[in-house]
Design a protein around this ligand. Structure first.
Ligand code: FE2
Ligand code: FE2
Length: 165
């Protein structure tokens, strides 16, 4: 978790981090529900996490990732992060929580999601602070706003509605 580099002072990164924290909390609840064989709760949580991650990934991939991909040396790192998004999306879409195997796969995936988030918060986000220009930040923020149903607009602060407000 990034507490020291200033990421949390940047509105866009602060919003990404808030989404990470929300999904991580839900992931812990999901793991607990699966361990307790509470399938109705687990099914609901899985759908909730999948929906929240779709918005989150759209914001990341269309925004910060696209901007950072324009910088030398980051393409491979970002492609790997996107691959991890796809793998988790596929697993969540196809997992059958009635089977032991898929329950264990989901529990492992929630663990791996923590590692994925650490790569972003401890690697990509701090790097973006020094790498990106003002124009690239504007585009990254617009993508986040589009992904969350806002009108694209410029400015340092964006108004938030709904679940992540
Ligand atoms: Fe990600
Ligand atoms: Fe993320």
């Amino acid at each position: 978790m990034c507490f020291y580099c200033g990421c949390r002072e940047i509105p866009l990164l602060r919003d990404y981090i808030a989404e990470h924290e929300r999904v991580t909390d839900l992931g812990a609840d999901l793991t607990k529900a699966l361990r307790q064989d509470d399938l109705p709760t687990a099914t609901h949580l899985l759908a909730d996490i999948a929906a929240k991650l779709e918005d989150h990934w759209r914001g990341e991939e269309g925004g910060l990732f696209t901007a950072m991909r324009e910088e030398d040396g980051y393409a491979e790192y970002i492609d790997k992060l996107i691959e991890e998004h796809r793998e988790l999306r596929d697993l969540m879409a196809t997992a059958d929580l009635a089977t032991n195997r898929d329950r264990e796969l989901i529990i492992a995936a929630m663990d791996e999601l923590t590692d994925h988030i650490a790569k972003e918060e401890d690697g990509l986000f701090p790097a973006s602070l020094t790498a990106l220009t003002g124009d690239q930040w504007e585009r990254a923020m617009s993508a986040w706003q589009r992904a969350h149903g806002h009108d694209a607009r410029s400015g340092q602060e964006h108004v938030r509605h709904g679940e992540f407000g």
